[in-house]
Ligand binder design. Sequence first.
Ligand code: AP5
Length: 212
Amino acid sequence: MRLILVGPPGSGKGTQAALLRQHYAIVHLSTGDMLRCAVTRGTKLGKIVDSMMKSGSLVPDEHVIALVKERLQEASCDGGFLLDGFPRTLAQAKALQHFLDSRGVALDCVIKLDVPDIMVVERITGRRLDPETGKIYHVTFNPPPPHITHRVIQRKDDTAKAVTRRLEKYHAETAPVLPFYENLGLVQHIDGTKPLETVFQELCKILDGFTP
Ligand code: AP5
């Protein structure tokens, strides 16, 4: 199964991707996670992208495309993959298409999680992460268990100011990616405002059609 999850910041891509990874044993590629890892490790790329990410800007296409292509060439992706946070620009979508065509493989599905901007800010500012397990929580909608509340953290770009910028970037640069995939007949929409278990069930209903 080769799948892309698209949606605005806070639409639940990372939350659902973690559930899908477990359920379908699929490789989950999150460009946000890869870039945050580069920042934490202090690599050359990490130093370039740190301030861009904090402010809610997009990282230049060439860096992200190179990261994803390198990862997709690993043997672990031969059986399929789930892309989360990529492609985020038309240039990224075209580069991915070119790459997949050159390897004779095709995407099965592009799932768009529909969540209105007004819900995004509440979700993002209430998000908490467990640095030990990587699990995503929300102070209201999915609170961390009491024994780990002391160690959960907030992402540096989860400020109200950066969210506004991320939403602007989403509408200006990422939303135009959808018509590209609609023309290929690949897009399915899911109502991402429903409880996370319901969203997961809706996803599975679609994705079960692509599993042998
Ligand atoms: P990235 O990490 O990809 O961030 P994002 O797309 O802004 O998405 P988020 O991770 O914020 O949200 P999500 O949809 O995963 O939601 P989540 O499941 O956590 O990118 C970060 C930055 O990296 C970018 O700004 C950019 O700088 C750079 N970058 C990354 N990829 C790039 C690319 N391809 N090109 C250029 N730059 C790139 O959920 C959010 C919260 O809501 C959580 O608290 C969760 O518990 C809660 N929640 C989830 N689902 C539900 C639900 N159904 N009901 C109630 N609460 C819910």
